[in-house]
Design a protein around this ligand. Structure first.
Ligand SMILES: [Zn+2]
Length: 341
């Protein structure tokens, strides 16, 4: 189903790897033990080209979004990484990234000329990154405390935990002003597992990030009725609306990566007078997506790349794809500087 956008033989090889990985990783969101990925173990050919020294240095001044020219030749037919994190916490693991690990991911993306966009914007064709840079989407599933936590600071005031994902992103944005605050948070019925969640949802939206629907109770949408589907999506939208009145979550992460039995009930519905309209559904594994303007792009089956530490050795996760696009920069989507490209 993804072969249409694969052009070179090395990329065709990757299609096989991708499909294998997809089957392994698509479970998603459950704290299941790590499954070793069978299949190809190495690329068959040498690296072709590399961005070399042309990547922007982390100390270079922030380019103005409308005039900067990045290090890559525009290619609006290339592929885009949509990355997924689960918890941010003390242990590197299949479903957890440490704050230091998350920070290093942001730095790795920044140094390679990626810039974040919200998923809803990407799907709507609004790819607002400077010319020569590549869009990347950062998503978070399950609304864990480690993604956005309040703590009591040294002065006794409530502050955002600098080691939660939000704290890491705020600091990174402060140090790299040309890395905007963009991310998509897919939440359930207990957002961020802490009081004050309404304020957090407001903060996300007011700072340019996105709230996505992950159903109220993290249900298997392939196993519930149409009416229960409407209830699960609609009640979550209602919960979001209590925090950010009028905000419509247009993207939905499928719990466990399970495609719904009643996709129509996910797309549009009304529950207790609350209407929702979902334009994009995301899966869990495991490769990049074709450009959203491409006929191969399916907004209702968007695969995502798991961000895990390289030391875990899990194939087809973020370290693998970073390396892949270093070796194949011609495969990257690169902005031509026009929103919408
Ligand atoms: Zn989940």
């Amino acid at each position: 189903m993804y072969r249409g956008w694969l052009r070179s033989s090395s990329v065709a090889f990757l299609a096989t790897a991708f499909l294998v990985a997809f089957a392994v990783l698509a479970g998603g969101c459950a704290n299941r033990p790590l499954v070793a990925t069978p299949g190809p173990t190495a690329y068959t050919g040498p690296a072709t080209t590399s961005p070399g020294g042309s990547t922007p240095g982390s100390t270079s001044p922030a380019p103005a979004p409308t005039t900067a020219v990045g290090p890559y030749r525009p290619n609006t037919h290339g592929q885009i990484m949509v990355i997924v994190y689960h918890n941010i916490g003390p242990q590197e693991g299949r479903w957890e990234r440490t704050p230091a690990g998350f920070r290093s991911d942001l730095q790795a993306l920044y140094d390679r000329g990626y810039r974040p966009v919200n998923l809803g914007d990407l799907v709507a064709g609004r790819i607002n990154v400077p010319k020569g840079y590549s869009p990347v989407v950062i998503t978070f599933d399950d609304g864990t405390a480690g993604q956005f936590r309040y703590v009591t600071g040294p002065d006794g005031k409530t502050e955002i935990d600098p080691d939660s994902a939000m704290g890491v992103m705020l600091a990174f944005h402060r140090d790299h002003p040309d890395w905007p605050l963009r991310a998509t948070f897919f939440i359930n019925g207990d957002p961020f597992q802490q009081p004050g969640w309404q304020e957090k949802l407001k903060f996300i939206v007011e700072n340019g990030m996105e709230i996505g629907n992950h159903t109220l109770n993290h249900v298997y949408l392939n196993k519930v009725s149409a009416s229960e589907t409407v209830e699960q999506v609609g009640k979550e939208q209602a919960l979001i609306d209590t925090a950010v009145p009028g905000y419509n979550a247009t993207t939905l992460a499928l719990p466990f990566g399970a495609y719904p039995a009643y996709p129509d009930a996910v797309r549009d519905g009304t529950y207790n007078g609350v209407h929702y309209h979902i334009r994009a559904m995301v899966l869990v594994g495991a490769g990049p997506i074709p450009a959203p303007f491409s006929p191969q792009f399916d907004p209702e089956r968007i695969p995502r790349i798991q961000a895990v530490d390289a030391s875990l050795g899990i194939k087809y996760t973020l370290p693998f794809w970073l390396d892949y696009f270093d070796r194949h920069p011609e495969a990257r989507f690169v902005s031509n500087g026009t929103t919408g490209n």
